[in-house]
Design a protein around this ligand. Sequence first.
Ligand code: A5P
Length: 233
Amino acid sequence: MDATEIKQRVGYEAVDRTVRSGMKLGLGTGSTAVHAVRRVAELMERGTLTDILAVPTSFGTRIECQRLGIPLRDLNDPDIDGHLDLSIDGSDEVDPDRYLTKGGGGALLIEKLVEYNSDRLVVIVDESKMVSRLGERYPIPLEVVPAARRTLEKAVVRFGARPELRMAVKKSGPVYTDQGNVILDLYFNEAFDPVELERELNLFPGAVENGIFTKVRPMVIIGHSDGRIETLE
Ligand code: A5P
């Protein structure tokens, strides 16, 4: 199976196995999560799923849901009341403890807000996302207010990180998140304690959120290139 087929397979699998009518759903961001979004829409159109309310984790996911006619809410709306039944999302890395790094698509802040406030999180990945330690293949994103960029670039060095301001591809200058912040991608040569680093990075003034997720133990659905689907929970 090629990469897109694997992403579609795990996206469909997650929805078919876990989404039920009447649920309040958090919908993730990225090239894998979009397949779950499309599956939800497909099952709604067939009438298999009814009374779904969704909270998107990014502007991009909002646009896709609107295109597909999935009813949207904010976490603050009274019928959501700050809490969801289930969220489905991709991940950049998953370690043996099922700790995650996210934010390769820049949506880490609302992803964490939505997913830490869901009864259950289902993470959908292909096998390349499974690592022995976080930071092995992808940097750890740290979303910061623009005014704090330089102080935080200097501050994170004490954790052994090499920070790089994330730059836009089809625009000159940095990436601005949906919330108008910038992202420092933190590269680590050595293993770190994910629980400690998730907490410590957010303590600096101007740090908004980081992409380490250790406070949820997700169900992880892994798609393999030979067509196998593996589940960790
Ligand atoms: C978005 O900010 C991210 O957290 C994504 O969920 C993550 O980067 C995985 O994206 P892909 O499924 O596109 O690899």
